[in-house]
Design a protein around this ligand. Structure first.
Ligand code: PLP
Length: 432
């Protein structure tokens, strides 16, 4: 079934006035083909397409909607704040409460600054690391995505992997990044301890920071191998470099703190948060050791600012989201649903002889169209993206919306009923 006329008509209009018809590339369906989804709204685990169809949403705004769409308590919190004013450009009480909350929930986070996007959080963390160490070099990992600031568009993941001309131009993943900038970012294979050790042996003294997604989520879901994160901590410490854990996807997704705090013994110097903490509004944060955070202006020499930073509406949604997550503790339920889904899909795939393996951790999963395990970008890129596109459309026709790209995560929110797993498995079997 082709997407209906209403949907196609909206997208045609979008294309006339917006580059590629979208405000962020992956929404354009480059990774799967066909007419992109246009929605008029959503409720709980569902989104409503412009053509009148209701779809179960596994994209969940790339993980931001951990409580599902239009959660009544979030709606009430945002509405109440709107009536009191939406932005002041002055310190507000709620942003103090929000910062106190984050600092109490994330070990090692002495201070935190709010920004409006994950891109901004990472950009600020990277500038802080360079300012703190007096060094320029940043080490990242192939296929990790840290937003679209110049320094981070080197062998980047997410939409970069399915965008037109997704090639490395002058050392960067995008045109418009000066080669002079790109040479200050080195990208190494994710999960490759040997590569990291060798790099630090040769150039450790030049490194301002290593930035990593503790669980990679932007080449599809790829958990860290045993010892990877502790090794990054040890090497950066010995070299006088900082460790930045980019938890924009991971943070508060697997429990009421960062992944790193809950599942490892590693304490990073700086942490970036986004997505979940904003409750579906534009809110992100960079936080960490007080001596580092104090280097930000106005007290320090590292400039960082924002007209809408700590925006009252976003902070109201973020505070309420953290409150509900603590009260309802939906994490075990989300993980159980995702696990049932992952096992069921793999059983069906095995029975039908289709090379699909599901990477799952907590309530997050990716269907990798791959014969072998995926542990880094090279193995992710060996996936059969044509098969992924066929599976995507098979599910889409049956009312299930997964990420329109092989190289992204899918999410179970607190609004997804446990029966969602069975519905997914049946639709998957049926679409094969
Ligand atoms: C989504 C994401 C970003 C960028 O956040 P935006 O809010 O899209 O700018 C950065 N890092 C990671 C790990 C992400 O998943």
């Amino acid at each position: 079934m082709e997407t209906s006329e209403a949907n196609a008509a909206w997208f045609a209009r979008a294309k006339r006035v917006t580059p590629g018809g979208v405000n962020s590339p992956v929404r354009a369906f480059n990774g799967v083909g066909g007419t992109p989804l246009v929605v008029s709204g959503g409720k709980g685990a569902e989104v409503f397409a412009a053509d009148g169809r209701t779809l179960t949403d596994f994209c969940c705004s790339w993980g931001a909607m951990i409580l599902g769409h239009a959660h009544p308590e979030i709606v009430a919190a945002v509405s109440a704040q709107a009536a009191k004013g939406t932005t002041f450009g002055i310190v507000t009480e709620n942003e103090v409460l929000f910062a106190e909350r984050l600092c109490s929930l994330v070990p090692g986070m002495d201070k935190v600054r709010a920004v409006s996007s994950g891109t901004e959080a990472v950009m600020s963390a990277v500038r802080l690391a360079r300012g703190a160490t007096g060094r320029d070099l940043i080490v990242k990992f192939d296929g990790c995505y840290h937003g679209h600031s110049d320094s981070m568009l080197v062998k980047a993941g997410s939409g970069v992997l399915t965008a037109a001309g997704a090639t490395e131009t002058g050392g960067a993943s995008s045109a418009g990044v000066p080669a002079d900038f790109a040479r200050h970012t080195v990208s190494l294979p994710y999960n490759d301890l040997t590569a990291v050790r060798e790099f630090f042996a040769a150039r450790g003294g030049e490194v301002a920071a290593v930035i990593v997604e503790p669980v990679a989520g932007n080449m599809g879901l790829v958990p860290p191998v045993e010892g990877f994160l502790p090794e990054l901590r040890a090497l950066t410490q010995a070299a006088g470099a900082l460790l930045i854990c980019d938890e924009v996807i991971n943070g508060f997704r697997f429990g009421l703190s960062t992944y790193t705090a809950r599942f490892t013994d590693v304490t990073p110097d700086l942490v970036t948060l986004g997505k979940v903490i904003g409750g579906g509004l534009p809110l992100a944060a960079v936080g960490g050791r007080a001596d580092l955070m104090d280097l930000f202006a106005p007290d320090g020499l590292v400039y960082q600012a924002g007209t809408l930073s700590g925006n009252p509406l976003a902070v109201a949604a973020g505070l309420k989201t953290l409150e509900i997550l603590e009260r309802d503790d939906p994490y075990a339920r989300m993980e159980a649903t995702a696990r049932v889904l992952a096992e069921g899909v793999m059983n069906v795939a095995r029975q039908k002889g289709v090379p699909v393996r599901v990477s799952q951790f907590g309530g997050v999963f990716t269907l990798f169209c791959s014969e072998g395990p995926v542990r880094d970008l090279a193995s992710a890129q060996r996936c059969d993206t044509a098969l992924y596109a066929r599976i995507f459309h098979g599910l889409y026709q049956r009312g299930l919306y997964i990420a329109p790209s092989q190289f992204e995560c899918n999410f179970i929110s607190a609004a997804h009923a446990p029966s969602t797993a069975d519905a997914f498995i049946s639709a998957f079997a049926d679409s094969l």
